[in-house]
Structures are given as C-alpha cells and as structure tokens.
Design a protein around this ligand. Structure first.
Ligand code: GLN
Length: 192
C-alpha cells in the first residue's frame, strides 16, 4: 500500500512522518503522473487558493479530480476545502467530491488559531485538535458521516472513501485520525 501526500505546499512533511510512523509507504506527489503509482492521497493544509493556482498551471487539477473520484482520499484544512462541493468566503473552484459546504477562514481573527480537546467517534479519549485559520463546515449532505464536532460544527467527516478534517491531526501526537484513514484505505468504504 502506497500513500501519496500532495507535496506542493503546506505541511506535507508532517503527514508523511505520521503515516510512516504507522507503517505506511509514502510518496510525495509533486507531478500528476505520480498519482498513477499511489493507492490513496492525502491533501494537506496550506492555502487552498495557492493549491488551486499551482494545480491549474500544470494540468494537475483534472488528473487529481479523477483520482479523488475513485480512490481513498483524506483532506485536512485547505485539503478539506479543495474536496468540498461548495466553497464560500470567497467562492472558489474545487474538486467537488465531498458533499459539504465549507466557509474559508470562518472563525475570525481573534480565534483564528486554537487547540481544542474534542470527543469523537474514533473511540477513547477526546482528540486534541489544532485549528489554524480553519474553515467551517456549514452544510453536510445525507451521505456524510460526522465523526467529530467542535461545539455545533462538524470538524471530522467521512463520505465513503473520503475523509476530511478542518483541523490538523498531523500536528498532534495522537495517531488515531491517520489510523482511521489507513483502515479506510485497506478496507474500502466501511460503512454498513
Ligand atoms: N485558510 C486556509 C484556506 O482558506 C486554510 C488554512 C489551513 O489549511 N490551515 O485555504
């Protein structure tokens, strides 16, 4: 099993380290053709508009859209924005494969970055969640399972083989979120 981490921008090295810690083989994906050699992809945090510019220039966007339409995919923060069907503040294009509406930079300036402890469906202790200029999921479609909420806001969701988090699990010592993704990669869509 070879997990690709999109390595254009953002904190891709933290994802690579976490996945390797869990025993996965990781390829840093910088060119569209590298997608042919991986079984799943992680799209890290960063700045979603910058990702879009880069992806558009290299004809990467269509290839990535094809990939995330059929293969296990995990997007964190800007990655979640790229996967969302609808993006606001401001509206921007996306890969459109995850049936959520997401609002960029939704928590305002004062609390734009924070660390919270949140209960989740992953079992065990509450999860530490690092939010950095985080987006807010403002709508979830029928097929979207909410795995964790911070207050009223879904912050970790799954739809079939796609997972998305509005926080940065790669920056906390807890490995459960990446473990959950690796389970999904080995088992496919595990929902009943
Ligand atoms: N604010 C960024 C965006 O809108 C996301 C921030 C992040 O990935 N930590 O794309």
């Amino acid at each position: 099993m070879n997990i690709g981490v999109l390595a254009i921008q953002g904190d891709y090295l933290a994802h690579k380290a976490r996945l390797e810690q869990l025993g996965a083989n990781v390829t840093l994906v910088r060119k569209p053709e590298q997608l042919d050699a991986v079984d799943a992809i992680v799209i890290p945090g960063g700045e979603s508009s910058t990702f879009l510019n880069f992806l558009a220039e290299r004809g990467f966007l269509n290839k990535l859209r094809e990939f995330v339409s059929t293969k296990p995919t995990f997007g964190t923060c800007a990655g979640a924005i790229l996967l969302a069907k609808d993006v606001e503040n401001p509206p921007q294009p996306s890969l459109g494969v995850l049936d959520i509406r997401i609002r960029r930079n939704a928590y305002g300036r004062q609390i734009d970055s924070s660390i919270r402890e949140v209960e989740s469906k992953l079992g065990g202790e509450p999860l530490e969640m690092v939010f950095i200029r985080a987006p807010k999921i403002v709508r979830t479609g029928d097929q979207v399972e909410v795995l964790a909420k911070a207050g009223d806001d879904p912050v970790l969701v799954r739809q079939g083989r796609i997972m998305a988090a509005t926080f940065h699990p790669e920056l906390s010592p807890d490995t459960r979120v990446h473990q959950e993704f690796l389970k999904l990669v080995s088992n496919g869509d595990r929902r009943p």
